[in-house]
Design a binder for this molecule. Sequence first.
Ligand SMILES: C[S@@+](CC[C@H](N)C(=O)[O-])C[C@H]1O[C@@H](n2cnc3c(N)ncnc32)[C@H](O)[C@@H]1O
Length: 533
Amino acid sequence: MPVDPLIDKYLSTQGICLLDDATTGRRAVATRSLERGSVILSLPPLYLLPLRDGESDDHTDERAAEHPPSRCTNCLDPLGPRRARCSQCHAALYCSAECLAAHWRLCHHLACSVGGSGGPVPDGRAAKLKPAFRATLRMLVGVDRMLTCISQAADDGSGSGSGRRVAAWMLVQVAAWRRLQTHRAEHPAYVVAQYEEIAGVAQLERSSEEETLDMLCRFGCNNFAAYDWRSGVQAAGQVCSPLASLAFNHSCRPTALAYYEPRARNATEGCYVVRALTDVQEGDEVTLAYVDALHPRALRSERLEAVYFFTCRCTRCASGGDNDDDKAAAAAARVDALLDRVVPADRLPEHLPVDLADTPRGPEPWAAHVVDALLGLVLADGRCAGEPEFERLAAECIADTQPHNVSFAAYRHWLECQDDCLERMSPASNSNVALWACVAAQYVLAFYALAYRPFHPLVGRQCLRLAQTVWAAVGIATPEEGAALKGVVGLERARRLCRAAESIVRTAACEREAALVVAHVRLLRDQIAVFEG
Ligand SMILES: C[S@@+](CC[C@H](N)C(=O)[O-])C[C@H]1O[C@@H](n2cnc3c(N)ncnc32)[C@H](O)[C@@H]1O
């Protein structure tokens, strides 16, 4: 059934359509084949909320203080000395005059002066609210203002001389906003009580309290986090992009990836971008991961049920095993079952390099084999024929492992070990620290490759991290340790990892992130080339 003429038309130009689905409401299906890395959607969000220092994207941090704005309203970069302030509302802050101009053209011309010059949140009123809810209040007032301005300007007739222009993307986003699910009845009482508190402070002129509560429920189960492209793990803002929320269902084995791109390709303004993580065939569903695909199934389900109010029916969670038609999904489900295993409390410490006194021999064969298969696939050197082949090989590599080797607990252990070693690594440190860092980084890469798609930017970034760690280790190793290092992961491997990192981030990462990773890769490859004469 058609959803909305505007939405249907827009999506058809992107190579997808929305189909009714008995389980999920609607699902986005490819109407032509979409190549890995291709942009499926690139649309400015209806609203982008920069988080302030101390605020988290889920607003659960009760200690969060109401700090002054710390990030640019347009690109989410930290505000530096070149900061610029909108001269009309005096509220919107930008990292530069360029961002101010881009944001004005994009949408600020529309909503800037509405509601006086007091900024997006009514003066003084925000102070009545617990700090943890203030980001939601700012989002609520901001989205309400955008919706009002867009409908008023559309009624005026765009270009009518009021200076307000309604762009096509705004109408598409508003049409999608109206169709988003609220899951109102499923919100627990304590969440509704929080929303009532926020609605009471916001006092939106054009929306009743009921409508305001619906808006808050929509945010709760549809908004996305925008990550800082430098760290990739720290939320820098919250994105309200209704079309992306309406179109894409969740999968623990998603076919696409979404991120906020401050200056998207062919545009000066920020867009919420959805890109294919793998080749998508005509008729296949395009999905995103609403939760971390590396988390065990129980943790993923818990979060999906608590925040998004559904029981996941994705191919990975619904797969019955070997008899499935979708062999790759069955392999992913087998990997899932292994990652889910519980480690007896007394087993994990055996693997901890407690005092880092022992020289590591290298990671266990399964991890080295998974990394080899990954490099074979990405570098297309004939050692791994394609993604299904990679998934089959990866599942085989870990089939006979023990829970203390392959499980979520083991992943957490190696991640902590990597971070710990990297922090301690210096030219003066015991060079075993560097060797352990290489071992840990290789394990982490193997886990990423198992749980995310091989061309996921996190996999690319970890390839770079491992290559950088090897290079740092070379700098501080004694000749004997150098020999041990070769056994762990040598410079030839580091070179291959560099090529893989570049290829992966060029496929699906945010452009700014990809540019940063590529610059690091180039530097490292030059250093290795000089070292080897
Ligand atoms: C952001 S919306 C996605 C669009 C939605 N299908 C629609 O028609 O509005 C999220 C909602 O879609 C449904 N959904 C998304 N992914 C799902 C999945 N893997 N399993 C079951 N339901 C899902 C749930 O009702 C969820 O609350």
